[in-house]
Structure formats: structure tokens, C-alpha cells
Design a protein around this ligand. Sequence first.
Ligand code: SIN
Ligand code: FE
Length: 305
Amino acid sequence: MSEDINVPSTENFYNNTVLSLPLANWSGSPDLPMSAVNALETGKVIFLPNLSFSLSREELQLLDPAIVDPKRKNISYQPLKKRIAGVATKEHESAISALLERHHQACLQLIKAIFPEYQQTLHTPTNSLRLHPVAQWTNNTSWRKDDRRLHVDAFPSRPNYGERILRIFTNINPGTENRSWRVGETFPTLAQKFLPRLKSYSPFLSKLQNSVGITKSLRSHYDHLMLQLHDAMKADADYQKNGPQIAIEFPPGSSWACFSDGTPHAAMGGQFMLEQTFLLPVNAMQDPKHAPLKILESLMNKPLI
Ligand code: SIN
Ligand code: FE
């Protein structure tokens, strides 16, 4: 039963990757064992196995991929503008908006309960209703857009200058189907591995991309590196297969959260999920040195924004 001490066991990898919290309602409970912010900032997935989001009988009727605009992957909602996008059938828009508004309010409660440190500083919320089965994500999309490959999130058209991408997910499958993920290594080791092969930054190219509307604002050196990293991970078949990673199952009625720009993840299966995104300024972190921006800056030994 001897085990090579240099190779972390699956159990060790799991414990270093996931923090489970028992809370069962979105406004938390007074006896929560701890704030989860440190675990989140060091790249862990915060798993809330008992945190479900209940749908009414009418809302359950909305769990139908035919409701999604065929040109879009998901339905998305901007709570501050009360703006919904991606619904194919006009008659469902108000019911879906109401569902996503209620989900957003629940996520705000959850932030107060488990990440109170961020309550004042999280901004630009967007949430989404994801109705398509992961198994049927079309194979005609390019490998770059294939989120079944291990990656860290980076937005090609919306540079974010190092701000963190906080995401909260809930499996709302009405049956028994898990959302299945793979989760990879921590950002410092990931960055060290890939940095030497990323293409160098061209401020000229960034200006050009911005002037023709490819980006909504100038792509910074940081944003360039994060996109390169996202692409390099997805393009590396050996890394996808043999890179450090663990499979995690999120059953119906469970929720989880992570900084998706710092925690490598891949969706492997499942259907019907709610997702909430917020952005967080690096300086609003408890410990900004864990931000991908700071890690990349220290590896490159220069400012990247
Ligand atoms: C992703 O964020 O890359 C996809 C997650 C999912 O759909 O489960
Ligand atoms: Fe992703």
C-alpha cells in the first residue's frame, strides 16, 4: 500500500480543491463554521451540497432547451438593467426574467452569508439559465469555445484588467442527473507551466482589435495572457488527459462557487443549471496576492495593466 509521496492521492487533491459547507438556505445559518473567502481566494471550489434552488410547478415547465434562442448557448439576465437575452419564445420572457431575478436575489443573500467581505465590492452581476445537455453541446463550435476542455475563464471581447470572475452554480435538474466537472491544479503551478509558451503581447494589435470592435475596450497585457492561457490549455490534448485534475459530481439540489478565472474547470455532463457571475476588483480581495493578475505579474516581473 505504499504511495509515492510526490504524487498527491485523489483524496488529498480533493481536499485541496474543494471546501464543503453544510448550509441549506440562501441566507445562511448563524452557526456557519467559517467564512469561505480564504478557501475561495486560494482557488478552491466551495461546494454547498445541501443548497438547492426550488422551482414552482410553472417554472419547471421552463426547463426546455427549445426555449433558448438557437443562436445562443444560454439565456442570460442582467439584473441591474432587468434585461433578458437569449429567449427564443417571447411568451416565456417574463417568467424567465422573474426566475432569474429571484435567483439573483438568492445569490446576493448567499454572498452576505458566506462571502460577507465582498458584499460592498462585487459588481456587474449577470446570471444565466443553462438548459442544454452538456453532452449535446455542438461539436461544430471550435475547440476554443468547448468548455468540456479544462480551462480558466477569460472573456475575448470584454477585457477585465485583472478583476476576478466569481461564479455561483446550482444544479436544478428535476431528475437525478449530476453536473459533472473536472477541476484542475492551482493557478500558480498552472501559470508557471504555461507562461513560457504564451505568445508575447502586441499593444499595436490590441489597438487594432479595439478600433475594429473585436474588443469593447483595449485588451491589456493581462487580458492577452489570460486568453492565451485559456487557449493553450484547451489546445493541449496531453494536458487535458494527463494534467493534474479531479472529477467532481454536483448532484441536483446542490450549489457550488469558485473564481472561474483562477480555478481550472471543465463541464463533462449534466443538464439544467443556474449560474450567477459577479466581478470583483483585485484590491477588494482579502489577499490580492492570490489574484491571477498578481501571480502573473510576479512571474513576469512587471506590471500587466
Ligand atoms: C464553464 O463555466 O466553463 C461551464 C460550466 C458548466 O456549464 O457547467
Ligand atoms: Fe468556464
